[in-house]
Design a protein around this ligand. Structure first.
Ligand code: AMP
Length: 114
């Protein structure tokens, strides 16, 4: 089922896009939880982490991490460190059912998360 992220991919609604390739889109979170908060998503619709198939999606996942590391460097948070998060399902706190990696940085993160 399509989500608001499909509309962002299709440019039907605006977003602050910071990276785009044939397979991946990255844009700033509308409700940032840190000075840098970027969402990195595959363009294909994978609803959640539990739908990932290593056999089919390993290359795509590698690209997601490459983009995260590149954007961390571009945003100046690579030296101090950052956090990458995938929320999965209700208890994971997932709101949008289109796979996305959160890139958070620019402040000290806490553990455990809420
Ligand atoms: P999650 O809870 O992991 O599903 O995260 C969904 C994220 O999408 C939240 O951090 C929202 O703030 C963010 N979000 C929802 N709608 C938009 C939008 N139109 N543009 C940018 N970020 C959005």
């Amino acid at each position: 089922m399509s989500t608001i992220f499909s509309k962002i991919i299709d440019k039907e609604i605006p977003a602050d896009i910071v990276y785009e390739s044939d397979t991946i889109l990255a844009f700033r979170d509308i409700n940032p939880q840190a000075p840098t908060h970027i969402l990195i998503i595959p363009k294909i619709e994978i609803p959640k982490v539990s739908d990932i198939k290593g056999k089919d999606h390993s290359e795509l996942l590698g690209e997601l991490f490459d983009v995260a590391n590149k954007l961390a460097a571009e945003n100046g948070i690579d030296k101090d460190g950052y956090r990458l998060i995938f929320n999965c399902g209700d208890h994971g706190g997932q709101e949008v059912y289109h796979l996305h990696m959160h890139l958070l940085g620019g402040r000290q993160m806490k553990w455990p998360p809420g």
